[in-house]
Design a protein. Structure first.
Length: 340
């Protein structure tokens, strides 16, 4: 049986280029309000947003990576859900997807690639969109993802850096996918832990579209390759606010705590710590490994006006989706993130 993860060094969102390197690459090439752009790449947000001049906006994003699991079907599911998440995390509704496939056909063959597409199509069907086409090339490592377009009305747009002091911080999924995928590569992950991890990564963040209609949601993003710490730092607008995290309230996927105690973690955990650690206070030991853990299709992370908490909790109860209160925002107190 072919194991996809044996054909690549990294996997999932953990194979992102390091934040410092990405900053250097984009230096001098940042866009903000050119050609009717409402959101460009200057704020590190989840998707580009174009003003359609009729009260609505077009969202456009792309995301792809190397396998984080061995099953090609599950790889397709996870990659598709992760790509679509960038539309949901800005409050939008996905409408169209195009596939991005890099494949070593001489090593892995076409049938396995077809299974990847089948998994992706299944998730796109759940999201109510079609894969309308795409592009494929020969590569040394398997790569797959989607380019996704979405739409929303302007008032539904949620950005990642517009939280307010006093907002409550919520997360919609447990973290730990990087640690668990590292354990899988070492063949020490149980079948139950693997199943839970895969289903978390393949679950659509569809609640983002519903949160777009909630005025009290002041900022929103999804947790991916830069870990909870990295994406939370972006939410604090780097130095405008401080996010206070209650570590005991942060949910962990089954097995994460035990594997972290045995120092099982992906290389990019330390990359994230190097990039964001000086902006964080109170992080040690286990919390460093979990909070810096690169996530693949992690949950939505959003800042909520306290007056809207009951409304949002009722919304999540109605949709039978988990919701975790993990902290709050206040005026900057010297660090971007304080871990309690």
């Amino acid at each position: 049986m072919i194991k996809l993860t044996e054909y690549t060094k990294g996997g999932g969102c953990g194979c992102k280029i390091a934040p410092e390197a990405l900053s250097e690459i984009l230096n001098g090439h940042l866009t903000n309000d050119e050609f009717r752009l409402i959101v460009g790449n200057s704020s590190g947000d989840d998707a580009a947003v174009l003003d359609l001049l009729n009260g609505s906006c077009l969202l456009s994003t792309t995301d792809f990576f190397t396998p984080i699991v061995d099953s090609p079907y599950d790889f397709g599911r996870i990659a598709a859900a992760n790509s679509i998440s960038d539309v949901y995390s800005m409050g939008g509704r996905p409408v169209l997807a195009l596939s991005i496939l890099g494949w070593p056909t001489d090593k892995l063959g076409t049938e396995i690639a077809s299974e990847v597409i089948r998994g992706a199509a299944e998730i796109c069907k759940q999201a109510g969109i079609a894969i309308g086409g795409g592009h494929s090339i020969e590569t040394q490592e398997p790569i797959f993802g989607l380019s996704v377009n979405g739409i929303l009305n302007y008032h539904q747009l949620k950005r990642n850096n517009t939280a307010k002091a006093g907002d409550i911080l919520f997360l919609t999924k447990p973290i730990g996918t990087g640690i668990l995928s590292s354990a899988m590569k070492r063949n020490i992950l149980s079948e139950g832990q693997l199943k839970t991890c895969v289903e978390s990564m393949a679950t659509l963040n569809f609640m983002g579209e519903l949160l777009g209609d909630v005025e009290g949601v002041h900022a929103m993003t999804d947790v991916t390759g830069f870990g909870l710490i990295g994406h939370l730092t972006e939410m604090t607008d780097h130095d405008r606010l401080t996010a206070e995290l209650d570590y005991a309230s942060i949910p962990l996927l089954a097995g994460t705590k035990e594997h972290a105690a045995n120092m099982i973690y992906p290389d990019n955990t330390m990359r994230n710590w190097k990039a964001y650690g000086e902006k964080v206070n109170g992080i040690t030991g286990e919390s460093l490994l979990t909070l810096c853990d690169p996530q693949t299709n992690g949950g939505l992370l959003f800042a909520l006006d306290p007056l809207a908490v009951d409304e949002v909790k009722a919304l999540f109860e109605r949709e039978k989706v988990s919701l975790y209160e993990i902290g709050s925002f206040r005026e900057n107190s010297g660090f971007c993130v304080e871990v309690k």
